[in-house]
Design a binder for this molecule. Structure first.
Ligand SMILES: [Ca+2]
Length: 274
């Protein structure tokens, strides 16, 4: 389904067309180009404010691979995004409804550039809806990445991440968020169930409410994450109750657990409740 978009000549022609469209001002043009195989790529630049340099940089990056799809990219005034994207919080969206279209607001260049490239990497095969994301300051790095694992690498209660890139290095994203919020990490050890407690369901209740998690290492592409369960607790210093439903069928309950600690929970002996 993806349209292969290669060739410096095509890129140069398209960039020239975009530059011309930008130079002629508002309501300038719908720029239509074709890839190596003659398929149509349409860029609608009729919005009042068109950041053609942003388009140019996106295309330069996209042309390095075969990840640009047969979609229409439409820049619209920011005020039209909520109606087009189905939500007041939307920053941009991609619609698979024919003709497939990416709606991006004029002037929101840097962050959306990153998002756009990321989504091309996933072949635009699912509907995506970006909500509540602030503009980034400065120039974000461009990574062609597929795998990501999350976990608290330095046991400080803040979840970190490792990202692998294609033909490039792995990046460790160390979480250095300044916060007074509380947390807990739960390391489950099975004795009747599997040793890692994979599949155990954990419920944590504080005065603020109840949270649920399932023990898993499932993660991004070819990645495995920290098996420990992390709960963010906000201002709560105590977890009133932690309930673990083990894969064996045992249900274990702990009361009044203090925040900001790594707690090992061993599966008790007893008869499974199957
Ligand atoms: Ca950490």
């Amino acid at each position: 389904m993806a349209v292969v978009f290669r060739g410096r000549a095509v890129v140069a022609a398209l960039l020239a067309a975009l530059a011309l469209a930008g130079a002629t001002g508002a309501n300038a043009a719908i720029v239509i180009s074709h890839d190596d195989q003659g398929r149509t790529i349409t860029f609608d630049v009729r919005a009042a404010t068109v950041d053609t340099e942003w388009y140019a940089s996106v295309l330069r990056a996209a042309a390095h691979g075969n990840e640009i799809s047969n979609v229409t990219i439409t820049i619209v005034p920011e005020t039209q995004i909520p109606a087009l994207c189905g939500g007041e919080e939307a920053a941009a969206c991609y619609s698979k409804t024919a003709p497939a279209t990416i709606f991006v607001p004029a002037g929101k260049s840097r962050l959306l550039e990153t998002i756009l490239l990321h989504e091309y990497g996933h072949h635009l095969d699912t509907y995506w809806h970006v909500a509540g994301v602030p503009e980034l300051n400065g120039t974000p790095a461009w990574w062609a990445a597929r795998g990501m694992a999350t976990g608290d690498l330095d046991n400080d209660g803040r979840v970190d991440a490792v990202v692998t890139t294609n033909d490039g290095p792995a990046y460790v994203l160390h979480n250095e968020t300044l916060t007074e919020n509380r947390w807990i990490l739960l390391k489950l050890v099975g004795h009747q169930s599997n040793r890692d407690g994979i599949g155990a369901e954990v419920k944590a209740t504080t005065t603020s409410g109840t949270q649920f998690a399932t023990v898993t290492t499932t993660s991004s592409y070819l990645s495995a994450s920290d098996k420990r369960v992390h709960f963010g607790l906000g201002k709560d210093n105590v977890i009133q109750e932690i309930q673990v439903r083990w894969p064996s069928g045992l249900v274990q309950t702990l009361k009044d657990i203090g925040a900001n600690q790594i707690l090992q929970i061993d599966e008790p002996s007893g008869s499974p409740r199957w």
